[in-house]
Write a protein that binds this ligand. Structure first.
Ligand code: SF4
Length: 98
């Protein structure tokens, strides 16, 4: 059950930028946070109008032992850092600010 309040309402996924791209882009084998594969996924998320909804959703519902792929512009390690209350990488901050 979702308890987070989503800025774009319950149907926020309708406006997700990733709905228009190959989902494989979000599951690269190379999760180097500054590498080309992660950067490509981050670029999609950076232009996504529901990125905050996505972040709230994944942080609330993701199983910490099964983190994989790029979600809301974050790698699994970055989401773990957010979950633990640590700072995220400068690469993510730069990507989402683009
Ligand atoms: S932030 Fe990224 S993963 Fe989340 S809905 Fe938008 S495009 Fe998809």
């Amino acid at each position: 059950m979702t308890t987070a309040t989503h800025p774009h309402g319950r149907d926020w996924r309708r406006d997700a930028a990733c709905a228009e791209v190959d989902p494989e882009i979000f599951y690269p084998l190379d999760l180097d946070p500054t590498g080309p594969a992660v950067t490509a996924a981050r670029q999609v998320c950076a232009g996504c109008p529901v990125r905050l909804d996505c972040l709230l959703d994944v942080m609330e519902g993701e199983d910490p032992s099964r983190r994989w792929g790029i979600t809301a512009g974050l790698t699994p390690d970055e989401r773990a850092a957010v979950s633990a209350g640590r700072r995220i990488s400068p690469a993510w901050a730069a990507a989402v600010a683009a």
